[in-house]
Design a protein around this ligand. Structure first.
Ligand code: ADP
Ligand code: ADP
Length: 223
């Protein structure tokens, strides 16, 4: 089955002579439970595609469907709530809160969503920390963790709400190559062991080896 899809997804920035065709009619299905990389040269439309798939940016034409819902059918507030419930994000800069421990960072999205941190929530946090290899770091603050450990905590935090889709935007961009390999391996494991759909934007060629599919962009098209 399909976790998300795009049909004729088109995005044009600017007007007249200054027009930029960032996406030129993209058709894409993201299979559930698979790890997909979006690759391609700088300016080829990777970020625009991810932002449209994640409902962070509206397309000029075409449709995006996530977990059976057409994003274009949602008003702004409903879209924000939909994103919070169905989509997880991991960024290049880990964005952990420095005053909270790793464990507190991981359960934060549940608290922001108004949910109580009960035994089941703590159990899920521990299970994710296990898969991501940071179970022994849960009581530590981000400053006491390596870059790779911080990113793995950020991935656990993004997965705590059981999102239909996890987007990772250049997740290894701030990491050296050994640490990158470690993070990619753990991303792959979370896709495999949780049946999690993961979409990663990256320009690092070596990253392709960790994924099930590679979508290569060039000049606003999938090639
Ligand atoms: P990539 O992520 O592959 O580097 P982007 O999606 O960022 O590519 O950009 C695709 C094209 O759209 C580029 O030509 C870029 O300059 C242009 N673009 C991206 N965002 C904007 C924007 N907010 N306004 C105008 N042009 C943009
Ligand atoms: P709100 O503040 O109402 O929750 P936002 O649009 O600021 O709505 O953020 C919604 C989600 O989108 C958050 O998970 C946030 O981390 C993510 N997000 C915001 N801006 C970006 C961006 N430029 N790229 C990727 N994800 C983003």
């Amino acid at each position: 089955t399909v976790a998300a899809s795009a049909r004729n997804l088109t995005k044009t920035y600017g007007q007249g002579d200054a027009q930029v065709h960032a996406l030129r009619g993209i058709d894409l299905d993201l299979p559930r439970g698979r790890f997909t990389a979006i690759m391609g040269p700088s300016g080829s439309g990777k970020s625009t595609l991810m932002h449209c798939l994640a409902g962070l940016d509206g397309p000029s034409d075409g449709t995006v469907t996530v977990a059976g819902t057409a994003l274009g059918s949602l008003e702004d507030d409903a879209l924000t709530i939909f994103r919070r419930e169905h989509i997880g994000f991991v960024f290049q800069s880990f964005n952990l809160l420095p005053m909270l421990t790793a464990g507190e960072n991981i359960v934060l999205p549940l608290e922001l969503g108004g949910r109580r941190i009960d035994d089941a929530a703590r159990e899920r946090a521990r299970m994710l920390a296990d898969i991501l290899g940071v179970a022994d770091r849960l009581g530590h603050r981000p400053a006491e963790l390596s870059g790779g450990q911080q990113q793995r905590v950020a991935i656990a935090r993004a997965l705590i709400t059981e999102p239909d889709l996890l987007f990772a935007d250049e997740p290894t961009g701030n990491l050296d190559s050994t640490t990158s390999a470690e993070v990619l391996d753990h991303l792959r494991r979370s896709a495999r062991e949780l049946g999690q759909t993961v979409v990663m934007v990256t320009h690092e060629r070596d990253a392709a080896a960790y994924t099930d599919y590679v979508v290569t962009m060039q000049d606003g098209r999938i090639v």
